[in-house]
Design a protein around this ligand. Structure first.
Ligand SMILES: [Zn+2]
Length: 260
C-alpha cells in the first residue's frame, strides 16, 4: 500500500513537472510583438521571426497604419498544446481541433502550431510551400489587426460577419490568388451563389467567396471605407455603413464577378 502511494505521488510530481515544462516558454522581443516558443524550436525561431515580421509589414502596408498595440505570438510544439490553449480561451473543455486547423489570431495574440511540423501534425499545409506559409501567417496577423479595431477584440461577440472577418484576412494576405479567383469564376458560371452573406464562409469555395466580397468592397467603396468597417461587430451596422441592403449588395457583387 505504501509503495503504491509513493508511486502515485511520484506520478503526480512528474505530471506537475511536465506541466511546468510545457509552459516554460522562451521569449524573443521584436518590434511590436513578442514571440513565445519552446526549447525544441530554438533552431527554427529566426525563420519564424522573419515570417511574422514580413507579415506585420504587409498588414500595415495594406491598412496604411501600424498595429495599435503590441501582441504575442505562441509557437506551439504540439497539437495538444494548441488545443489546450483553445479549450481555455474559447471555453470549450475537451475541444479537439481538426487536422487542417493550424493557427488562430485575435487582438492580443496569434497561436500557431510550429510551421515546420505541419507536415506531420496537420493536413492540407506544408511548411515547404513558402508562399502559402507566408500568406497563412499574414492571414492570422490581419485577424490581430482587425481585432485591435473591432468592438469585440477576440471576435467572441460578433453577429453575421464571419464572411467579413475571414474574407478580409484572405484578401489582405494575398490568399485570393488567381487560382482561387478562377475556381470561383468557374463555380459562379455554373451555380447560383449563396443569397445570404452568412453562407459565404462555408463550403469548398469559402476562400474565394468571402475574399472576393471584401475585394469588391475595396474596389467599389475604397480602402478608407473598408478600414472604417473594421470596428463593426454586427452585420446590420456594417451594411448600414455601406448604405446598402444584403440583397442589393450580394446581387451587385455577383454582377461584378460575372463582368456584367
Ligand atoms: Zn482566419
Amino acid at each position: 500500500m505504501k509503495k503504491r502511494f509513493s508511486t502515485f505521488l511520484l506520478l503526480i510530481i512528474s505530471l506537475s513537472c511536465l506541466a511546468f515544462l510545457q509552459n516554460n516558454w522562451l521569449i524573443e522581443q521584436q518590434e511590436g510583438y513578442s514571440i513565445y516558443y519552446g526549447k525544441s524550436e530554438k533552431q527554427n525561431i529566426k525563420e519564424y521571426i522573419q515570417l511574422f515580421t514580413n507579415g506585420k509589414e504587409q498588414v500595415e502596408q495594406f491598412f496604411k497604419t501600424p498595429f495599435s498595440s503590441e501582441f504575442n505570438v505562441y509557437i506551439h510544439p504540439t497539437r495538444t498544446s494548441l488545443d489546450s490553449t483553445w479549450q481555455k480561451d474559447w471555453n470549450i473543455p475537451g475541444l479537439r481541433s481538426q487536422c487542417w486547423m493550424v493557427a488562430s489570431g485575435v487582438a492580443s495574440r496569434v497561436d500557431i502550431i510550429s510551421p515546420k511540423k505541419w507536415d506531420s501534425l496537420a493536413c492540407e499545409h506544408s511548411f515547404t510551400n513558402t508562399v502559402k506559409t507566408q500568406r497563412l501567417i499574414t492571414h492570422e496577423l490581419v485577424h490581430v489587426y482587425h481585432g485591435q479595431r473591432n468592438l469585440s477584440p477576440d471576435f467572441s461577440d460578433v453577429n453575421g460577419i464571419d464572411w467579413f472577418v475571414e474574407g478580409l484576412a484572405v484578401y489582405a494576405s494575398g490568399q485570393l490568388d488567381s487560382d482561387r479567383l478562377r475556381r470561383l469564376h468557374d463555380f459562379l458560371s455554373a451555380n447560383e451563389p449563396p443569397s445570404q452573406l452568412v453562407d459565404f464562409w462555408k463550403g469548398d469555395n469559402k476562400y474565394g467567396l468571402a475574399g472576393s466580397v471584401v475585394k469588391y468592397i475595396d474596389q467599389k467603396y475604397g480602402r478608407e471605407k473598408l478600414i472604417g468597417l473594421l470596428r463593426f461587430n454586427k452585420l446590420d451596422e456594417l451594411l448600414k455603413s455601406l448604405g446598402t441592403s444584403e440583397n442589393e449588395f450580394v446581387l451587385e457583387w455577383k454582377d461584378t464577378m460575372l463582368g456584367k
